[in-house]
Design a binder for this molecule. Structure first.
Ligand code: MN
Length: 407
């Protein structure tokens, strides 16, 4: 199976798919799957665009809406995770994962799916310690604070992934696992990107939860993006343990290293995306403690037994089949002849895919639950360190975007 992996998409689906088509012709190969490591920008319309945390000058519709509306069709099955520049309102509708457009599957805030017999896991967002133990309290419309915090990785989602016991083949995270630079040529990295030097030397570059997951899951492949450069590394887990090939990729841009094709031994195709039994069992087990407020989330016993849920999920999936529920449009798509939408964001929508998924697992719909501690959405944070400024400083991709503006 030939899998193309892409760094940050930034809504440039046309460019990436065209590149893949040309690559197939030039190399005489067939690409089976495209993986994208976040900043996908599944922007359907101008309302969604207002939910993306991106400087005004980069607020462009780009090309996702064409694939959403049906005007274009993704030529390859595409699986993506979220980064820090997303239509977060839309991704929240699909918190558990689902089709963002036909043939384009969002893995969820955390998720595992199967493609053929290849098992792919991922974690959306970027890590910021000050929001790590909060619940998912953000709801659209977002304010200046929640438009950022909504994509900050939560302990709850990491904990779910820490319960995955069966081997994964591939894992995706938007930001790099903390300390990963030690396993590759960091000298060359800081020569090319000298603004990373202090973070590399202080061992602060990257995500701590991603590093914990890397040490726990030990997948053969791990792909990341976010820092807009290519960086390979090989991690040896213990003396005779397995190895992980890590690769960070650049964003989609002319002349940049944004694409890599890997060839993985697999069963013969045709392949399609399927639900993962173990992951659905974990999801079912954890939904009763889904934290949806800003209150600190902790769990007394961090190793939950999911065996009963596993049996239950297996019988459900055997009866229904493993294919995800079908794509459904939930918002109007952008219309270039009438570019300014006259609708206003009224809050999140119950996506029928999510409703069907929860019905399958016999779980309640919680994503639109109001904050039980009162409506904190419009309050500014009183937590130390959670100021609006810090993220602007810590977002190297935005610095990068600004630099590229001159090219
Ligand atoms: Mn990013």
């Amino acid at each position: 199976m030939k899998i193309a992996v892409e760094g940050c998409m930034h809504g440039e689906l046309d460019i990436v798919y065209d590149t893949l088509r040309r690559l197939e012709e030039a190399e005489g190969i067939k690409i089976d799957l495209l993986l994208c490591c976040g900043d996908f920008q599944a922007v359907r319309n101008t309302d969604d665009l207002r939910c993306v945390n991106v400087p005004l000058k980069y607020r462009n519709m780009n090309s996702f809406w064409k694939y959403y509306s049906g005007q274009a069709v993704a030529p390859y099955p595409t699986i993506f995770i979220g980064g820090n520049h997303e239509a977060s309102n839309y991704l929240w509708e699909l918190y558990y994962g689902g089709w963002a457009a036909p043939n384009i599957y969002f893995l969820g805030f955390a998720g595992v799916v199967k493609f053929g017999n290849i098992r792919i896991g991922g974690l959306s967002g970027i890590h910021k310690q000050h929001n790590y133990h909060s619940g998912h309290y953000e709801r659209p419309p977002y304010n200046e604070q929640t438009i950022r915090s909504v994509y900050h990785v939560r302990h709850y989602d990491v904990l779910k992934l820490m319960h995955v016991k069966e081997p994964l083949d591939i894992f995706l995270s938007h930001d790099w696992p903390l300390g990963i630079t030690e396993y590759g040529n960091w000298q060359e990295l800081i020569r090319a990107k000298n603004h990373f030097e202090a973070e590399v030397n202080n061992r602060t570059l990257g995500s701590k939860p991603a590093a914990e997951l890397l040490n726990k899951l030990k997948p053969p492949y791990w792909f990341s993006a976010h820092l807009h450069c290519r960086f390979p590394a090989i991690i040896q887990h213990g003396e005779n343990g397995p190895t992980t090939k890590f690769l960070a990729l650049d964003k989609c841009f002319r002349g940049r290293n944004f694409l890599q094709v890997i060839d993985i031994p697999s069963n013969p195709g045709p392949y399609e995306i399927h639900y993962d039994e173990e992951w659905l069992a974990i999801t079912r087990r954890f939904n009763s403690v889904f934290p949806l407020t800003r209150r600190r989330f902790t769990m007394r016993d961090e190793q939950l037994d999911t065996q009963d849920d596993r049996q239950w999920v297996r019988s459900k999936l055997n009866a229904r089949g493993f294919k995800p529920f079908d794509f459904v449009q939930t918002a109007p798509s952008f219309n270039p002849s009438n570019p300014v939408s006259n609708s206003s964001i009224t809050g999140s929508c119950r996506n029928p895919q999510t409703e069907s998924f929860l019905q399958l697992l016999e779980l309640p719909y919680l994503l639109d639950s109001s904050n039980s501690e009162g409506d904190e959405r419009n309050e500014s944070s009183s937590q130390p360190g959670n100021t609006l400024g810090d993220e602007d400083i810590e977002l190297p991709d935005e610095d990068e975007d600004a630099a590229d503006d001159d090219e």
